[in-house]
Design a protein. Structure first.
Length: 312
């Protein structure tokens, strides 16, 4: 019994020395406050990573109403264990950032970019971090890429980020269902040229309802392969081979557009950064497994990139 107690105490000591308690932080915007978590390592860090979540109503931990995987929370905890601070936040309108919600018809992609830029300034001015790396996951990759270009960040990490514009990827994803694709393609083509579509089949409302079309137009006008060329900082591009949402071709498109970037392809890693087979149902199962660890090669790749570029 005594031995068991000692083992538990030892584990608690290891956990407590890995990182200090999380600090809840807020960022004021014109529409309301955004909420986030600043996680510091046990030893003071002058380097911090801003972690940006992907598309949809995703919170600071990488979760939403449809999935709970804690992927981004795990990323932050691993960074702390490696002596690197991080800040992750709920997207505006989500969870504790609900007060900053914007009506769907008024929301634009640029709102997310401005939010990320605001957090970078906050980390510089309120906490005095000397080196800020930006890590964006999925749609957050483009958000982070554009925020990095507008700020004095030390480096950028794209995690499962698109390398092609949204209209191209949407068509590719919908092509597997010919009936849906036939109705969707004309809508996408209209959005590309800045025209909205009033009459949308109710079956397509989840994707193309009129109130969300302005946001889609504001997103698809940006080509990640062009935006990454605006950067002048070290870049790491990370992509998994069993990601069924973003393909390796996207990572390679980013790499080709920014040849100085380091490209890391992780065998067996899916979109929520966990090991999974390519089979669709088994792959999606990990989206609802909050205790499944991150793919083993992910954090060493990101940590080594940050450590190698801290002194630049």
């Amino acid at each position: 019994m005594v031995k068991q107690i000692m083992l538990v105490l030892s584990a608690l000591i290891l956990i407590n020395t890995a990182y200090a308690a999380e600090q809840n932080v807020t960022l004021k915007t014109e529409q309301g406050e955004l909420a986030g978590s600043l996680l510091m390592p046990a030893n003071k860090s002058e380097t911090v990573v801003l972690i940006i979540a992907g598309s949809g109503p995703t919170d600071r931990n990488g979760n939403n109403t449809q999935m709970t995987n804690n992927a981004l929370k795990m990323v932050a905890q691993h960074f702390a264990k490696d002596g690197i601070a991080s800040l992750r936040y709920d997207k505006r309108g989500v969870a504790a950032s609900a007060p900053a919600a914007i009506a769907e018809q008024d929301l634009r992609f640029e709102h997310y970019v401005n939010d990320a830029t605001g957090w970078i300034t906050y980390l510089q001015q309120q906490h005095g971090f000397k080196r800020i790396f930006v890590a964006g996951h999925s749609e957050g990759s483009l958000v982070g890429m554009m925020a990095t270009a507008k700020s004095s960040s030390a480096g950028f990490i794209s995690i499962a980020g698109l390398g092609r514009s949204g209209d191209v990827v949407l068509k590719e994803q919908l092509a597997s269902n010919p009936a849906v694709f036939e109705q969707s393609e004309p809508i996408i083509d209209k959005l590309v040229v800045g025209e909205t579509v009033d009459n949308v089949n109710p079956l397509l409302n989840a994707l193309f309802r009129p109130s969300i079309q302005p946001y889609l137009m504001s997103w698809i006008k940006y080509d990640p392969a062009k935006e990454i060329k605006r950067l002048s900082v070290p870049v790491l591009i990370v992509q998994g081979t069993t990601d069924i949402q973003v393909k390796e071709v996207d990572a390679k498109a980013l790499s080709a557009a920014y040849p100085k970037a380091k490209l890391v392809i992780i065998e067996g890693m899916n979109h929520v950064l966990k090991d999974a087979p390519k089979e669709r149902m088994a792959n999606f199962a990990t989206y609802m497994q909050p205790d499944t660890p991150l793919s083993e090669s992910l954090m060493p790749a990101m940590t080594s990139f940050i450590k190698a570029n801290e002194s630049l």
